[in-house]
Design a protein around this ligand. Structure first.
Ligand code: FE
Ligand code: FE
Ligand code: ZN
Length: 280
């Protein structure tokens, strides 16, 4: 079965997200741990989280993917910005212990002129401070488009971060289809080659989740503008291969396309049809 969901607003709480997921045919979902632009998180109510976990048991909806605010920059030049990233990640990971087995995705960061090498070092420092041996959350580094000075455009950069982290067993990777495409990996003409490269550099066992987004821009554009599935430069055919290929099909997929709930519902139905057609 295809495990697929989309990004949902957390403003109504946890149970509400799970119910929304169910209502649009999703079997998992992603949410921001707090305002995506950063700042203080609302309290996570124990009862609400508990009700969500029970709802998961009843419906088979799978563990959600928590997304850190995308403005976090663990490798900023400014020490205060780095400190904010560190404290936010610490707080998020502490909260996520309420949802044991959840995954936590973050954008590695932008080195803002310090160079990728320095950026990698600073990201690893942050991870070395926030990861704990006894935590129940897997932390995912997201593959990035390489916009500006983003770290994580090349698989090698993620590898270099992982290599510097002591508790690297707690780390995984989330592959964003729009980002890798914009980053220069041709998942349209050579999906197998890209996955082989991923396997050689990072190991496919590190791959824990996929962000499914079409792209408004061409291969290697380094832009990071998401498009609806089948309406961008990646195209529907490539997505059918992505959700059905043996290396990816068991992973959870999360849509972050420019859509309201109705649009997500339609995309989920489309991708399920593609999956069934191919695997029947
Ligand atoms: Fe992201
Ligand atoms: Fe993403
Ligand atoms: Zn993006």
């Amino acid at each position: 079965m295809l495990r697929i969901g989309c990004h949902l607003s957390s403003s109504g709480g946890f149970l509400a997200m799970a119910e929304t997921a169910e209502s649009i045919g999703a079997s998992t979902f992603q949410f921001f741990t707090r305002n995506p632009r950063g700042g203080a998180a609302k309290e996570w109510k124990k009862d609400d989280v508990q009700a969500m976990l029970e709802y998961f048991e009843q419906t088979g909806i799978g563990m959600p993917l928590a997304h850190a605010p995308y403005t976090l920059n663990a490798c900023a030049k400014d020490e205060n910005i780095r400190k904010f990233a560190l404290e936010t990640m610490e707080d998020d990971l502490k909260r996520l212990e309420m949802i044991p087995g959840a995954m936590y995705n973050f954008h590695p960061g932008s080195h803002v002129g310090q160079g990728a090498e320095k950026g990698i070092e600073l990201i690893a420092d942050t991870l070395n401070r926030v990861l704990q041996e006894d935590m129940h959350t897997t932390v995912l580094l997201e593959t990035m488009a390489g916009k500006g000075s983003e770290v994580g455009r090349r698989f090698e950069e993620l590898r270099a971060v992982i290599d510097r982290v002591e508790l690297s067993g707690r780390l995984g990777v989330c592959l964003d289809t729009c980002h890798v495409w914009d980053g220069g990996y041709d998942i349209v003409e050579d999906l197998d080659g890209v996955l082989e490269e991923f396997d050689n550099v990072l190991g496919l066992d590190r791959l824990k989740a996929v962000h499914l987004n079409d792209s408004m821009n061409q291969l290697g554009s380094h832009k990071d503008r998401h498009q609806k599935i089948g309406m961008g430069c990646i195209g529907a055919e490539a997505f059918q291969k992505i959700v059905t290929c043996p290396e990816l099909r068991e992973l959870p997929f999360y849509l972050e396309t420019p859509n309201e709930l109705e649009g997500y519902q339609a995309e989920i139905a489309l991708l399920k049809r593609m999956y069934e057609e191919e695997t029947a």
